[in-house]
Design a protein around this ligand. Structure first.
Ligand code: C2E
Ligand code: CA
Ligand code: CA
Length: 572
């Protein structure tokens, strides 16, 4: 077969061509003749390829798609599963953009048509594929272990929980999600400084890790917030096991913490939720675990609380708001504020994000964080979402009439809106009724919205994209952060979450992640928007690293529509 491969010196890049015809090999060989760095070898089919991959290190896989008995996408998926970090380039006499997208969705790194193949294109494709894989591997590595405590990180937590939930019932399992944080940690940081705070978080992580067995997963999911996933067979007494673990945690966590040679007593709060009993979706479970933790915070000292159905109604500071939301919609108490998006090359406003506020007659201005989660739970986000799209469209028309041009107007779409079967039709109707300029409209989606039902979301997006609407991936970095999603969906912009931007110039990990995200996004021709830019230093970092656009208090907080209009010079 290909024993020559093992004898090659390391500096060679080894290319494996999977193709049952000799002539393509000759063609590629002649292209590579001038480039001794690359060494080409051929095998007939992907089974042979898997054997070679097992025995030798291969730097690139080239797969000819035209003469294989299996669909090329199936082979690519198999090869990718086997060697996720080896670039796979699909080759065919002619590949349309649509076919190419399918190949990328199946995890090809790139695709090439023999028709247009020449040395320059081929070498560029190899370099590009290598870079793409390198960057996405770096990001994965940075993300899977926490930077401070000896536990998993947020990304690892989400992926593990998602993975376990997906197979929970089929595999006859049940699980508990436990989240833990310190009480008044912010005050502690302010009083003793961040490095003392880091010492405490490190110690907290170690104590949690020591309280659980090796099978249980521990991750740091926020500043001082940790999560444990307890996974048991469905026949085990879950509640009893959880209670016993919670007791053990309280006993370990309540002793005082040492930092900079002093000792401080810091209380903690723990919330727990059970699956499938209390839910089987990532977002719902994490929300309910936080809710239980908030309840525990009401109790003095280190304490825990386990979620109970109906807890929403008593723990929410939004008690009573639910019944008022429909009235609010009719009484036109919602308003849209706008936060400008600035292009870093021109320094000009090129877009905005529409952000909803509730002008409550007695409670004053209520921020979306206090009512959107509630509306997502009870489904009222569906009519509110339509109101937002219509209102943003009307404002867009008003801007146009005032001679003001923006390229993009971001409107947030929540995961819950995709559960509405009428979503696409209703949006299309609103666009028609209000004559909305769809080329400016950009829906902002979060990764959790997409992961909930990827195929359905893709169909919706494809159908809306036909109307000219564009899409951005919001809060990038906080969820699953999967670059493969970006291949699969018609997404043209990526919004880096504020939590990374706020740590620029403080944490080299955050800087590296932001740098990698920007570079990889640019490779994929995506516009990168950094959210939550508050300082000159953050801005300078983003300019230097070629970020395209920013949003944040440094330039402007969200403002009323009339104030937003005033940000533009009056047309002559
Ligand atoms: P988001 O989509 O991530 O929106 C950005 C949030 O960051 C906004 O909060 C904005 O005011 C805030 N922000 C912007 N720049 C800075 C900064 O420099 N520093 C800090 N600390 N914060 C900054 P807001 O308006 O409270 O909205 C919160 C969230 O509520 C939004 O997060 C979005 O998820 C949701 N939301 C807002 N409007 C809508 C809506 O119409 N529909 C849906 N489904 N969700 C909405
Ligand atoms: Ca957003
Ligand atoms: Ca965001």
């Amino acid at each position: 077969m290909c024993s020559a491969l093992q004898q090659l010196p390391d500096k060679h890049k080894k290319i494996l061509l999977i193709d049952s015809h000799q002539e393509n090999q000759s063609r590629l060989k002649s292209i590579l003749e001038q480039h001794p760095l690359y060494q080409l070898t051929r095998c007939n089919d992907h089974v042979e390829a898997l054997l070679i991959l097992q025995q030798s290190s291969i730097d690139f896989i080239l797969l000819s798609c035209n003469n294989s008995p299996l669909p090329c996408t199936t082979i690519i998926s198999d090869l990718h599963k086997f060697r996720p970090n080896t670039p796979i380039i699909a080759l065919s006499p002619h590949i349309t953009e649509e076919q190419g997208q399918k190949l990328l969705t199946a995890n090809a790194t790139d695709f090439l048509s023999y028709e247009t193949l020449n040395t320059e294109i081929f070498l560029r494709t190899l370099r590009h594929a290598e870079l793409t894989i390198k960057q996405s591997t770096e990001i994965q590595l940075l993300r899977h272990s926490d930077t401070l405590a000896p536990v998993g990180n947020r990304q690892f937590f989400y992926l593990t929980l998602l993975y376990k939930l997906n197979s929970l019932i089929q595999q006859g399992r049940q699980l508990a999600l436990i989240t833990i944080d310190l009480d008044h940690f912010r005050k502690f940081n302010t009083r003793y400084g961040f490095s003392a705070g880091d010492e405490v978080v490190l110690e907290l992580g170690k104590r949690i890790q020591s309280s659980v067995s090796n099978d249980e997963m521990v991750a740091r999911i926020g500043n001082d917030e940790f999560a444990i996933i307890l996974d048991l067979p469905s026949t085990a007494p879950l509640l009893d096991t959880v209670k016993s673990l919670l007791g053990k945690l309280i006993a370990t966590l309540k002793s005082s913490y040492t930092h900079s040679q002093s000792q401080t007593q810091i209380d903690c709060s723990i919330g727990a939720v059970l699956a499938p009993e209390h839910g089987s979706e990532v977002d719902l479970l994490t929300k309910r675990a936080s809710m239980a933790r908030m309840q525990a915070k009401q109790i003095h000292g280190c304490s825990y609380s386990i979620y109970r159905p109906g807890m929403e109604l008593t723990s929410d500071k939004t008690v009573g708001l639910e019944s008022e939301i429909m009235t609010a919609l009719r009484a036109e108490q919602f308003v849209l504020f706008y936060q400008p998006r600035i292009d870093l090359r021109s320094g000009k406003i090129v877009g905005a994000e529409a952000l909803i506020r509730w002008q409550h007659p007695t409670r004053g201005m209520i921020m979306p964080g206090d009512f959107i989660p509630l509306c997502e739970r009870n489904g009222l986000i569906v009519p509110i979402g339509y109101w937002t799209i219509r209102q943003a469209g009307l404002h867009l028309k008003e801007l146009k009439e005032a001679g003001i041009h923006i390229d993009r107007l971001g409107v947030n779409l929540s995961f819950r809106q995709f559960k509405d079967d009428m979503l696409v039709d209703t949006i299309k109707r609103i666009i028609k009724q209000e004559d909305i300029d769809t080329s400016v409209l950009e829906f902002e989606l979060t990764e959790s919205a997409i992961f909930n039902d990827e195929n359905h979301v893709r169909e919706c997006l494809d159908s809306l994209a036909e109307e000219g609407i564009t899409f951005s991936l919001d809060d990038f970095g906080t969820g699953y952060s999967s670059f493969s999603l970006l291949h699969k969906l018609p997404i043209s912009a990526l919004k880096i979450d504020r939590s990374f931007v706020s740590h620029l110039n403080e944490s080299s990990e955050a800087e590296e992640i932001v740098r990698s995200i920007i570079s990889l996004a640019h490779n994929m021709k995506l516009t990168v928007v950094a959210e939550g830019v508050e300082t000159r230093e953050q801005l300078d970092f983003l300019i230097q690293d070629n970020c395209d656009q920013i949003q944040g208090y440094f330039y402007s907080p969200p403002v009323s529509f009339s104030d937003f209009k005033r940000m533009f010079p009056k047309p002559q």
